[in-house]
Design a protein around this ligand. Structure first.
Ligand SMILES: C[S@@+](CC[C@H](N)C(=O)[O-])C[C@H]1O[C@@H](n2cnc3c(N)ncnc32)[C@H](O)[C@@H]1O
Length: 164
């Protein structure tokens, strides 16, 4: 069933050094030393006001090079099949990415958010930016399922890099 009245617009794009999935950090904190920025398009730049006082932001994106999906996948950090929705695999029915990144600077006029640590390919469409609020979102003693004994992988391999 289609969700009716879906209204999604691309508000910007990621500018990163990554051109292929293989070798891209599997999560933002794995790519902290890499220079990257989010470019916000002119009509949305006014919304960047007051963002610079947040240390971190959620970047919601459309993982546009993701193709197809399966309901069981072997995640980057594991060797066993897991339910898709128990993973952060980029191959999903709706390939939406959520990346928690550190804000270095915000230039409202130019629409540039300089960030540290990003796990997105160059030109990934950005669909939203939200502040990270530790009072709401940091719950460190939560169970993290299979990740508690998963392998410590830093970058993506070609596991999900499919063109089917
Ligand atoms: C494991 S996913 C996690 C993404 C996000 N942090 C999340 O949890 O939703 C990160 C991987 O997605 C892949 N990726 C990044 N940008 C992409 C894009 N635009 N299209 C398809 N795959 C992408 C890269 O291989 C990267 O290592």
């Amino acid at each position: 069933m289609l969700v009716e009245n879906t209204r999604l617009v691309q508000i910007g794009r990621a500018v990163t050094p990554y051109t292929q999935q293989k070798g891209t950090p599997i999560q933002p904190w794995r790519g902290e030393s890499v220079e990257a920025h989010i470019e916000i398009y002119p009509e949305f730049r006014d919304g960047l006001n007051d963002l610079e006082r947040f240390d971190r932001i959620w970047v919601l994106s459309l993982l546009h090079e993701s193709t197809g999906f399966e309901m069981r996948v072997i995640p980057y950090r594991d060797t066993l099949l897991r339910g898709l929705f128990a993973t952060r695999s980029p191959r999903r029915p709706n390939p939406i990415g959520m990346s928690l990144v550190t804000v270095d600077s915000v230039d409202i006029e130019k629409g540039i958010i300089r960030v540290q640590g990003i796990d997105l390919l160059n030109n990934t469409p950005i669909i939203d930016i939200k502040p990270y609020v530790p009072q709401f979102e940091s719950i460190p003693d939560s169970a993290s399922g299979w990740l508690e004994n998963g392998n410590d992988t830093r970058v993506a391999d070609d596991r999900f890099d499919k063109t089917d």
